[in-house]
Ligand binder design. Structure first.
Ligand code: SDX
Length: 431
């Protein structure tokens, strides 16, 4: 029987410190170091490369094998056989819904798709050319100003209504960000439509015509939402958990998650990939950019490549590439120049020793922008769509943390490298 303890022997101590080894249902074991502070020493792990911040049963990732499971179901199966609302139910409840559960959940969501009419006035405070992510940070944070009736996070019914409101209202708010930025009137949600159909309806329909969204594009956007729904303890989900550990209300926590997602190293990468493909401009320039991405003196990185966890293909990127082919051929855009550059860039990069040695593969953001671009979604809305999709993951993790017994505030320590104790210097004696 393997020893359930790791033993740490510190230089100035004879007795080894026994640290329990914990094993989950899948993935690497962990060493529980929570008792270390009692011995006057901390662990040090900037960027949390070797740190598990919590236990969770929502999502499992195996970065070496390129596996992604949501409550035990593979992302490939969910992308092929589910839709986004079903995945939302799975992430929140832990089981796939039966027909009745699915119908009730969808009915509940549809009852919360409208936002308070006062919130639409909130947009007027922004410039029309504000980045939609800046607006989303603002309006999602403002939701807590409207829903005082459900902010008792210890009340399971309040937690449920907050989750339903957030999942239901994010498409409405995302579409309002888009409409505001292009000077068109806001379009109300239509409960006769499916979740993803409604999103495209609110983004692209105008009062002067009754065009319905293209079903191919509806299916494509729904698959993109599934592929972005959750991803374990990524930077934005960890931000939501950290904010939630202080007892902050869920709307404020989700707004914090949106801000963390915005960075180009995280959810902002899809927008950065499109900009990169436009900058490369032609297949013949790919080699130059791959060389630039290896140059430590050059800040250029191949956006959409690499991942903290995946050291193999991101399974979502594979599904995304297939969806790209489907959408572009349905739209007769097979000759989309950006897609051609992306395919060639992927082919060349995956044969390059640098990328092979550093295990840099395309990630979820590499192809998503090409599909969003083909659907007609402007580049500055890409991360807004990502934040919409990831809201269910964020709120599932928030709920898992808040509903677990023994919640305590997350408060990391540090390695202090500053000045030691210094006597104060009066102004007249300063240089
Ligand atoms: C998402 O965590 C998640 O789960 C995130 C996400 C989710 O669903 O929530 O999957 C979504 O954020 C996907 C990642 C999107 N970001 C990008 O595509 C931006 C480009 N990628 C890099 O910024 C980078 O790969 C990260 C941020 C994704 C990962 O960074 P790490 O784990 O800190 O890796 P690293 O920077 O230490 O890289 C290791 C080496 C370095 O070289 P050395 O210093 O060892 O010599 O690989 C190099 C890096 O310079 N490298 C790259 C590279 N990514 C890493 N070189 C060129 N191009 C790249 N894209």
């Amino acid at each position: 029987m393997a020893d359930p303890f790791a033993k740490l022997i510190l230089p100035d101590q004879k007795e080894a410190i026994q640290l329990p080894i914990k094993e989950g249902s899948l993935g690497p074991k962990v060493i529980d170091i929570s008792s270390l502070s009692n011995h006057g020493i901390f662990t040090y792990d900037p960027g949390f490369r070797s740190t598990a911040s919590c236990d969770s049963n929502i999502t499992f990732i195996d970065g070496d094998l390129g596996i992604l499971l949501h409550q035990g179901y593979s992302i490939e199966d969910l992308a092929d056989h589910s839709d986004y609302l079903e995945v939302c139910y799975l992430l929140l409840q832990g089981e796939l819904p039966n027909a009745q559960q699915r119908a009730i959940f969808e009915h509940k969501i549809k009852n919360h798709t409208l936002v308070h009419e006062q919130l639409s006035k909130f947009f007027n405070g922004f410039r029309r050319d504000a980045h939609p992510m800046a607006v989303m940070c603002g309006v999602v944070g403002a939701l807590s100003a409207f829903y005082h009736d459900s902010l008792d996070i210890k009340n399971p019914e309040h937690r449920e209504i907050c989750a339903l409101r957030l999942i239901a209202k994010m498409p409405t708010l995302a579409a309002m960000c888009h409409k505001y930025s292009i000077g068109q009137p806001f379009v109300y949600p239509r409960n006769s439509m499916t979740y993803s159909e409604n999103l495209l309806h609110m983004m692209f329909s105008v009062p002067s015509n009754d065009d319905l969204p293209n079903p191919v594009l509806v299916k494509a956007i729904d698959k993109i939402l599934i592929l972005h729904a959750d991803h374990e303890q990524n930077a934005s989900t960890s931000t939501v958990r950290l904010a939630g550990s202080s007892g902050a209300n869920p709307f404020a926590c989700i707004a914090a998650g949106i801000t963390a997602l915005w960075g180009p190293a995280h959810g902002g990468a899809n927008e950065a990939v499109l900009k990169m493909l436009h900058e490369i401009g032609d297949v013949k320039h790919i080699g130059k950019y791959i060389e630039r991405s290896k140059d430590k003196n050059d800040t250029f990185r191949l956006m959409g490549f690499g991942h903290r966890v995946y050291k193999n293909f991101d399974p979502r990127a594979k599904v995304m590439r297939q969806t790209c082919h489907e959408v572009l051929s349905e739209l007769n855009k097979q000759d989309d120049p950006l897609f051609k550059i992306a395919l060639k860039l992927e082919e060349i990069a995956l044969q390059d020793d640098y990328f092979i040695q550093k295990k840099l593969y395309p990630n979820v953001d590499f192809y998503s922008g090409i599909i969003l671009n083909a659907i007609g979604i402007p580049t500055n809305m890409f991360t807004v769509i990502f934040s919409l999709a990831r809201t269910v993951g964020w709120i599932a993790h928030w709920t898992e943390m808040i509903s677990a017994p023994g919640l305590s505030i997350s408060r990391p320590r540090q390695l202090y490298t500053g000045e030691k104790n210094r006597p104060f210097i009066a102004m007249q004696y300063r240089d």
